[in-house]
Design a protein around this ligand. Structure first.
Ligand code: NBP
Length: 476
């Protein structure tokens, strides 16, 4: 019998995805540019299921039942285009090309349009969970046509992570929707990690405790509302001791965070759409700042006296303050991320189900968390929710956290402990709920220097003041 699905690109991700498919009973055709990888996969894991090993792309395509479904799992960018171009010459109308690499959604839109002209379906698919997820059950975010999902859905839903019997996979929407949602997922992951890092830093400065003691606090937090994969592994990383020195592992790691670019893509897209994802932006910039070693060195010399201790009167109150500030800031980051998805969905006509998106992040991916059930409930109850912040569960958590949030941010500022994501999310919250914003003054300034006009609160119309003349007002 022919293979039900094929995977081309058998580095870590493709190899594990192919094994996951085979282990779940699917007949998988496998192919890689360098055939050694294909041979070693079958030699080492051939007993896990039915693999159809192929050496040429033509044999690979011929091994598949129709309509063919081909997963491309090669390096993002040029290599992905090269493989798609080659496939396009061999496939027939109705066949499906699935790009599971980390593509930018605009590339996915371009590729989808190009393949559609050949009668082929192109399905840009976000896959989260790294190598382990690919093997044991990732979170899968497929874009593309409804028709392609008829074939792919049953396969992907079977190999995805399962939470309460619900697969962490659903059709996200046309063309680039899947990769867009994966991009924002990664942006939220940046924000989540930055907030956790700031919480750790504040606790350390406030309590003067060793990382292993702080690990216990995170483990405790992981039993409550903050329960999530990232909080869980924070406990593990903080508790870890370096084998060669016997010192806390975290103290031996160079403090310069790296990035592969999905945070930057998220921020760039949010700027284009005009959505203030301040938490994700702060997190992305915080990583950049950490990497500017020369500037940091110069500033340390020019302004000595950093590393101050936070004033803490009562240990338990302080720990609880940081926990509540972390939860409130995290709610802001997720609310902003969902705003971004909602804006992308409107801009590109994707009709993305926001609650459904939260559902498929509950397992398999890096930001899996208890919290995501509450997001789904919020959108189930009110699909046109203006912001997650006002949904009852989140509104209550934020309100309950505000005094703690202010104390933590104020204390951090007083002591000189940088907390950019904590403080900017508090500022976002305060701006969103303000009666009046100083944007009115900005409008006045814009009208003064550039005749950019303004609207009045007391009557309709567009106005301009003759600033250089007699300062009378004219209707624009
Ligand atoms: P890599 O991103 O390292 O890519 C290696 C694969 O690309 C090999 O199969 C290689 O074939 C193939 N390839 C290259 Br490079 N150039 C090619 C070309 N011109 N034509 C055909 N094949 C070519 O692999 P990976 O780490 O498994 O990641 C695969 C995709 O999944 C990437 O887009 C990545 O961003 C994405 N992703 C990765 C993770 C993760 O945790 N690693 C998570 C989620 C998504 P060869 O063997 O012949 O050199």
């Amino acid at each position: 019998a022919k293979a039900q699905i094929g995977v081309t690109g058998l580095a870590v991700m493709g190899r594990n995805l192919a094994r996951n498919l085979a282990r779940n009973g699917f007949r998988v055709a496998v192919h890689n540019r360098t055939p050694e990888r294909t041979r070693s996969l079958v030699a080492e894991h051939g007993d896990e299921g039915t693999f159809v090993a192929t050496e040429s792309m033509a044999d690979f395509v011929a091994a598949l039942e129709r309509p063919r479904a081909v997963i491309v799992m090669v390096k993002a960018g040029g290599p992905t285009d090269a493989v798609i171009d080659e496939l396009a010459t061999l496939l027939e109308p109705g066949d499906i090309v699935v790009d599971c690499g980390n593509a930018h959604f605009a590339d996915t839109q371009r590729r989808e349009a190009a393949l559609r002209r050949h009668g082929l379906h192109f399905v840009g698919t976000g896959v989260s969970g790294g190598e382990e997820g690919a093997l044991h059950g990732p979170s899968i975010m497929p874009g593309g046509s409804e028709e392609s999902y008829q074939k792919l859905g049953p396969i992907f839903e079977k190999i995805a992570a399962q939470v309460d019997g619900v697969p962490c996979c659903r059709h996200i929407g046309p063309d680039g929707a899947g990769h867009f949602v994966k991009m924002v997922h990664n942006g939220i992951e940046y924000a989540d990690m930055q907030l956790i890092a700031e919480a750790y830093d504040l606790l350390r400065a406030g309590l003067g405790a060793e990382p292993a003691e702080l690990a216990e606090i995170f483990r405790e937090w992981n039993r409550g509302e903050l329960e999530s994969f990232l909080i869980e592994i924070t406990g593990d990383v903080l508790a870890h001791t370096d084998a060669s020195t016997g010192r806390p592992f975290v103290d031996l790691v160079r403090d310069q965070a790296e990035q592969k670019g999905t945070g930057r893509w998220t921020v760039q897209s949010a700027l284009d759409l005009g959505i203030p994802i301040t938490g994700i932006a702060e997190a992305t910039f915080a990583r950049s700042l950490s990497g500017h070693a020369d500037q940091r060195e110069a500033a340390r010399r020019a302004f000595p006296g950093g590393g101050a201790k936070l004033k803490v009167d009562d240990r338990d109150t302080f720990v609880e303050d940081v926990r509540r500030a972390l939860l409130a800031s995290k709610i802001v980051a997720y609310a902003q991320g969902f705003d971004h998805i909602s804006a992308g969905s409107r801009e590109y006509d994707w009709n993305i189900d926001l609650g459904g998106t939260a559902t498929i992040w509950r397992g398999g991916c890096i930001i899996r968390a208890r919290f995501l059930d509450r997001i789904r409930e919020a959108y189930d109850e009110q699909p046109d929710l203006s912001t997650l912040l006002v949904a009852p569960y989140f509104a209550e958590a934020v309100s309950a956290g505000v005094p703690s949030w202010r104390r933590v941010v104020a204390e951090a500022a007083r002591a000189g402990v940088p907390a950019p994501a904590f403080s900017s999310s508090l500022a976002y919250f305060d701006a969103l709920r303000a009666e009046r914003l100083p944007a009115a003054l900005i409008q006045g300034l814009r009208d003064n220097f550039g005749a950019h006009t303004y609207h009045r609160v007391d009557r309709p119309g567009t106005f301009h003041t003759l600033w250089a003349g007699d300062r009378s007002e004219v209707e624009a």
